[in-house]
Design a protein around this ligand. Structure first.
Ligand code: ZN
Ligand code: ZN
Length: 362
């Protein structure tokens, strides 16, 4: 185990299994891989956990026999066939009568298999139990996210040094991904977005062979993965001169982003932070151009709870890691988004992203 001690993992599992009594269940079945990672330390691509409170069983297949013993402190069971069959046989062997499962993380097929194998076992759907625990990060996790954010910013800075007008979006994206790897990232947290000109109006544009030309916008949205943890940053640059209308759009988004950050503090709802961002854009008559939520949690996954959106009543807590990323998009013209990764602190928040936010002209 590299960054997590065995007691970290055991504490996480205790925080979950303490809920078994209220759920009237004997065990939790965890099938979502990020949750298997979080609770069991295992990073392989095939795994399941069965947690009774007394016993922590981790199921995987023979390909991972060595890796799992290095990563996890759980009682490992190597399955020769489908994991779910092995899990079902252990539910039977341990005489478990009621098993809680993650309703949003199980396939219909897996549910049918467990039910068919164990008709007498009560299967209790639970939603978001592990995700709720994962929302608040430990000091170790915050340290890892910070390292991921810093690496991500360094990769952008290095990649932009290689930038030349008429470079293609794909070439710049490749340069960014390469820099992340050289700097020590596990990889990217998601497919790097590089969009130029009117393509910046597509919030999730894939890079293309288009040349990045002068007097246009260039939007880069990128994230690294470091020791499993994601970072996420968007910067919109000017290549050459921008017209006054586009510069006004930039100012509106920057003010909106700063207002949302200002509204961040423990006890505030996600919806109130989202409202702060929208209010600024309304003042500029641009609120209709902001077509997504203000941000999202991140950690082992690039999108985690909470969602910083209009309807999310989740109250912010110290230790949450979230992004703040308002944007405006005008079809046929262009789009601007500015995104930082922040940590909620005792009194407000700490912006982890070190990259400046004033408009950079390339
Ligand atoms: Zn992003
Ligand atoms: Zn994001």
């Amino acid at each position: 185990m590299s960054i997590l001690s065995q007691s970290d993992l055991a504490n996480r599992r205790d925080n979950l299994t303490v809920r078994l009594r209220e759920l009237k269940a004997d065990a939790f079945l965890i099938l979502a891989l990020p949750n298997v990672h979080y609770l069991g330390g295992f990073t392989g691509s095939n795994g399941a956990l069965l947690l009774t409170g007394d016993r922590s069983l981790l199921f995987t297949d023979p390909r991972y026999q060595t890796q799992v013993s290095q990563e996890s402190d759980c009682d490992v069971k190597i399955a020769k066939g489908p994991l779910i069959t092995e899990v079902a046989s252990w539910i039977k062997r341990l005489r478990l009568k009621a098993v809680a499962f993650e309703q949003n993380r199980i396939s219909f097929d897996e549910h049918c298999q467990v039910h068919a194998a164990l008709p007498a076992v009560r299967l209790k759907p639970v939603s978001g139990a592990v995700e709720r625990l994962r929302m608040v990060k430990s000091e170790t996790e915050i340290g890892t996210i910070r390292a991921s954010v810093h690496l991500n910013s360094a990769a952008l800075e290095q990649a932009l040094r290689q930038f030349k007008p008429d470079m293609s979006e794909l070439d710049l994206a490749a340069e960014i991904d390469y820099r992340m790897r050289i700097l020590g990232a596990d990889g990217t947290a998601f497919d790097t977005i590089v969009a130029s000109g009117s393509r910046t109006a597509l919030p999730h544009a894939h890079p293309t062979g288009h040349s990045i030309r002068g007097n246009q916008l260039l939007l880069v949205d990128m994230g690294a993965r470091v020791a499993g943890y994601c970072s996420d940053m968007t910067r919109t640059h000017a290549v050459g001169k921008l017209n006054p209308k586009t510069r006004r759009m930039y100012r509106a988004v920057l003010e909106s982003q700063l207002a949302a950050i200002e509204a961040l503090k423990p006890g505030a709802t996600c919806a109130s932070v989202d409202r702060a961002a929208r209010q600024v854009l309304r003042g500029y008559g641009m609120d209709k151009l902001f077509i997504h939520s203000t941000g999202h949690g991140l950690g082992l996954e690039i999108h985690e709870a909470p969602r910083v959106g209009r309807k999310d009543g989740t109250r912010l807590e110290r230790g949450m890691a979230i992004t703040i990323e308002p944007g405006v998009y005008l079809e046929g013209v262009g789009g601007i988004r500015i995104e930082d990764t922040v940590i909620v602190t005792e009194t407000g928040c700490e912006i982890l992203t070190p990259t400046g936010k004033e408009l950079v002209v390339l």
